[in-house]
Design a protein around this ligand. Sequence first.
Ligand code: PRP
Ligand code: URA
Length: 212
Amino acid sequence: MPTFPNLTLLGHPLIKHKLSLLRDRRTPVKDFRDLVGEIAMLMAYEVTKDLPTEPVNLDTPLEHMTGEKVAGKKLALVPVLRAGLGMVEGILRLIPSARVGHIGLYRNHETLQPVDYYFKVPSAREERDFFLLDPMLATGGSAAAACTTLKQAGARSIRLLCIVAAPEGVRKMLETHPDVPVYAAALDRQLNEYGYILPGLGDAGDRLFGTR
Ligand code: PRP
Ligand code: URA
């Protein structure tokens, strides 16, 4: 996008359709959870389209041939707790060999600053492609903090997959981590005074886990 060179919007019709269902306040918890997983899977399909492949020799029932397989890339999915958890299973269905790390962060409701409480990611961090997962990019504080922690731990290649992004969050990522591409299903209008994305979909963690 011209304003945000770090942002790629994934506008596949199926993603748009499922995102509208996700935004709807009447969507129940189970459907919300299923939709987050399905959208994450569709996003991963698009985000991985540049993965290098290498030749592989194989025998079909009829003859020998050279096929292709994804070249020994080490991928790691890193959901930001809690809401990022909803994106993991869908992506693992496409990339079952990916490792999974976890970063625990929550926003202080008054200051909107991220508070970290957990960090565990796979080793060989310099060689891995990390997919940081969080459905919501609001102020960007959580995603920026997660990237900083990942880089301090040795990560060199990080992509952020979020479902709904606010301009404020994309800008924050551009300023703090311009090397991290941001992939989103939608770029929404703005944040409200409480740091919620408008029109958004509400509190992703609460809607995923039914905690409100
Ligand atoms: C939500 C969301 C992001 C963060 C985005 O998590 O899942 O992690 O807010 O906001 P930001 O861009 O302004 O940092 P929340 O802090 O509500 O934690 P939870 O998932 O544990 O409820
Ligand atoms: N976190 C959410 O879950 N939703 C928002 O709109 C903003 C931050």
